[in-house]
Design a protein around this ligand. Structure first.
Ligand SMILES: [Zn+2]
Ligand SMILES: [Zn+2]
Length: 238
């Protein structure tokens, strides 16, 4: 089986040689292509100080909860992401998200599974607005959630949390505007599916954190139990 996939890999690479977009060398592993093995293996977890609640990377470890979480307590228990949104990890996420490279969802899911996944009943991806979904044809977070649910033995729920309003990108907005932008953007259908359930909410990149905050708020309001948020990468807030 391993031999067969090795041969398949070789054949595919001979037929479709690809340049790694990070280092510009030939990519020798079809599984992570176009990103080469060397660049892929350089994807490392972030191990610096973070806010215990929202997972935001902090400059010093003197405070364990960031100012925003103290001021406005989130509905989720915690946010954890694997790495920082930069380098090959950023490249891989963007290729999946904006260049339709669905095959990267598998190796990226394996990165998620390298983290400690809390014991949950259900995995829910952060949804896209329906027009945007059509635009990209699929939801990258749903693909990641599918693998994560399968491996962790939890059920995957995609028809519960929905995005009902299109929103502007959050980057560059003040914290007040971010909240305004997301107001009434998400809704919960089929509430009975999540009532009392421990939820793993999954997003690809957590930038301002406002999206997972809002999703957790509506899930909690609809009767969900504890919510844990997991993402691939963390951007910085500014
Ligand atoms: Zn490379
Ligand atoms: Zn925080």
């Amino acid at each position: 089986m391993i031999l067969r996939s090795h041969i398949k890999n070789k054949v595919l690479n001979t037929l479709f040689p690809e340049k790694c977009p990070v280092c510009n060398e030939n990519s020798s592993d079809h599984k992570t292509a176009p990103i080469c093995t060397v660049c892929w293996n350089s994807i490392q977890p972030y191990e610096g100080p973070r806010c215990n609640r929202c997972g935001l990377p902090l400059n010093s470890d003197s405070s364990i909860i960031c100012g925003e979480c103290i001021k406005d307590e989130p509905a989720y228990r915690s946010v954890r992401t694997f790495g920082l949104y930069k380098g090959p990890l950023k490249k891989a996420i963007n290729l999946l998200k904006y260049h339709n490279m669905k095959r990267l969802s598998k190796p990226l899911s394996e990165i998620i599974l390298r983290m400690e996944i809390p014991q949950v009943d259900a995995v829910i991806p952060v949804p896209l607005y329906k027009d945007r979904l059509r635009q990209r044809e699929f939801n990258q977070s749903a693909l990641l959630a599918k693998f994560t649910a399968r491996k962790s033995g939890a059920s995957l729920i995609v028809d519960c949390l929905v995005k009902v309003k299109d929103t502007m990108p959050q980057v560059g907005l003040s914290s007040r505007d971010r909240r305004k932008n997301l107001r009434n953007a998400f809704g919960v259908e089929n509430k009975e599916l999540i009532e009392g359930k421990v939820i793993l909410l999954l997003d690809d990149v957590i930038t301002t954190g406002a999206t997972v905050r809002e999703c957790s708020r509506v899930l909690k309001k609809a009767g969900a139990g504890n919510i844990y948020v997991i993402g691939l990468a963390h951007g910085t807030r500014d």
